[in-house]
Ligand binder design. Sequence first.
Ligand SMILES: [Ca+2]
Length: 98
Amino acid sequence: MAFAAPYAKVDGKGMAGYVAVVYGGATGLDPAEHTVISQNTAGVPGAAEAEDGFGEAIAPADLNGDGYTDLAVGPPVRMSATTSTAAPSPSCGAPRAA
Ligand SMILES: [Ca+2]
């Protein structure tokens, strides 16, 4: 499950924003297994800046047609496609290794 926090502070930059992805399974979510993605995350275009609002716009879709849902994330003005795994790429919906 993905949670957006577009008004959150990132590395001291107010309202830079981030998205958190919490992993889980048939028994529910496991908050201990999560990934936080901001514009300071490797592979995400740009850098976190004050008032970027990264995460203001999110949209789930299978962007690469692999059968797993990906997540497009953007700020309110500057949209950039990224995804929701530790290594952002269009294949973010791939199953995690156990
Ligand atoms: Ca996919």
